[in-house]
Design a protein around this ligand. Structure first.
Ligand SMILES: NC(=O)c1ccc[n+]([C@@H]2O[C@H](COP(=O)([O-])OP(=O)(O)OC[C@H]3O[C@@H](n4cnc5c(N)ncnc54)[C@H](O)[C@@H]3O)[C@@H](O)[C@H]2O)c1
Length: 400
């Protein structure tokens, strides 16, 4: 019997992981769930296991079959309550972003992990591209000197037709997602490379006329969102949430007092560029600019599999880290505390943006006194299925 007996909840994004999990010898997909029958049935070609349209039946069947883990790939803003139910049923949880959509949910998630003793990790994949892994190596080698500054820019532009296809109903999260909320693909790599935690955040956003034209089905018509942070080592960081800027790349950059290194952007996918001041260049470097091609060739057989996997190999490495954690007890970088810290940055950067960049302390959810302060903070931009319950605007105020 496989060590990890997992269920997958949500099979749209979940399809990618169903395929990857089905390829792992020590993982068995026990059952899958999606309320969209057509999407659910289409998974038959990848995995032959029972399929459920309701979460309760999915969980109950899984429990009866010794399911010990769940992959959450349901709606962005609804992960926490399902994560808690799975952990209370004795299962470990790997969750798509974001871990929590309110500060109260950050508290609930942390306390559920503590109470149940179950494992929780975020399926954040952008840190694990070959270029971002190489950037991390460079940062950790100390070559850059004392870290001063970093940036993470995640762009996801799309045609109106594509946005309509992804925003499946008037209350769907993609139509109400403030620009800073989808933050993990920009901030996650920076935290992973530098090993730092955010302490303070200030956010800004900017209105887009192009997105405003889509206001009959999307209410989040800002085109750019930014979060500026002070980290716990004193460095400063600027990241986008998910922006819709006219740009065809994402990029990551870490700058120290001796050198700076970057990936993506103008230098192209898979390349990493390091730049030294003239006087800080090491004697054995031929030039003060070094450009390397990053790939997975030093990662052996797994590297070969990663090179063929989606999101520049990131999805493959997420599954490997899940196996390391759930089966072998190796702690993941994106544990519950780092995961809720990222959610809190997205939430608070948005509150800040609505107040012209007010600086806000990121709660340290390890501390009970801090958790007590936020346990009733349920403010959300997301409406429920009936279109009710949103208490925070999804875009900056705008008058034509
Ligand atoms: N890491 C990445 O690169 C990446 C890429 C795409 C999406 N995502 C994340 O994956 C998650 C899902 O996004 P998506 O692209 O699949 O779009 P989506 O959120 O529209 O799809 C969610 C799926 O879950 C199902 N679902 C939702 N609630 C359900 C319920 N209560 N019962 C049964 N089924 C339910 C829906 O029918 C749908 O098929 C989101 O959190 C998103 O942020 C991550």
């Amino acid at each position: 019997m496989a060590s990890i007996r997992i269920g997958v909840f949500g099979v749209w994004r979940g399809e990618t992981y169903i395929k990857l999990l089905a390829n792992e010898s020590d993982v068995e997909v026990v059952c899958i769930c999606d309320k969209n029958r057509e999407r659910l049935d289409a998974m038959e070609k990848f995995v032959s296991c029972p399929r459920f349209t309701g979460f309760d039946e999915f969980l109950e069947y899984g429990r009866s079959q010794g399911m010990n883990a769940v992959f959450l790939a349901n709606y962005f803003n609804q992960h926490t309550p399902f994560a808690i139910r799975c952990m209370e049923a004795g299962m470990d949880v790997i969750s798509e972003c974001t871990a929590a959509s309110t500060l109260a949910e950050c508290v609930q998630l942390v306390e559920a992990v503590k109470r149940t003793g179950r494992k929780f990790m975020l399926a954040e994949n952008y840190p694990f591209s070959a270029a971002n892994l190489r950037l991390r190596e460079i940062v950790r080698s100390g070559e850059l000197g004392r870290l001063l500054y970093a940036e993470g820019e995640y762009n996801h532009t799309g045609s109106p037709e594509m946005l309509k296809r992804l925003t499946t109903d008037p209350n769907h999260w993609r139509g109400w997602l403030p620009r800073t909320y989808y933050i993990t693909h920009a901030l996650g790599p920076v935290m992973f490379m530098t090993g730092t935690m955010p302490k303070y955040v200030s956010g800004r956003a900017a209105h887009s006329d192009v997105l405003y034209e889509l206001r009959d089905f999307r209410r989040n018509f800002d085109g750019a969102g930014m979060a500026f942070m002070e980290m716990d080592n004193g460095m400063i960081v600027r990241v986008t949430g998910c922006t819709a800027m006219a740009s065809d790349y994402s990029r990551y950059r870490v700058v120290g007092d001796k050198a700076g290194a970057e990936a993506g952007g103008y230098i192209g996918g898979g390349k990493v560029r390091t730049f030294w001041h003239g006087h800080t260049k090491p004697a054995d470097e031929p030039s003060n600019v070094r450009i390397e091609n990053a790939d997975f060739s030093s990662y052996g057989e797994k590297g070969e599999r990663a090179a063929k996997s989606s999101h520049s190999g990131g999805d493959f490495w997420v599954v490997q880290r899940m196996i390391d954690y759930f089966r072998d007890g190796i702690d993941p970088f994106f544990d519950v505390y780092r995961s809720v810290a990222m959610s809190a940055v997205g939430i608070l950067a948005w509150r800040s943006a609505l107040h012209h960049g007010k600086n806000i302390r990121i709660p340290d959810f390890r501390k009970k006194a801090v958790r007590d302060r936020y346990r009733n903070d349920c403010g959300t931009p997301f409406p429920d299925g009936e279109g009710k319950g949103a208490t925070i605007p999804a875009a900056l105020p705008w008058k034509e």
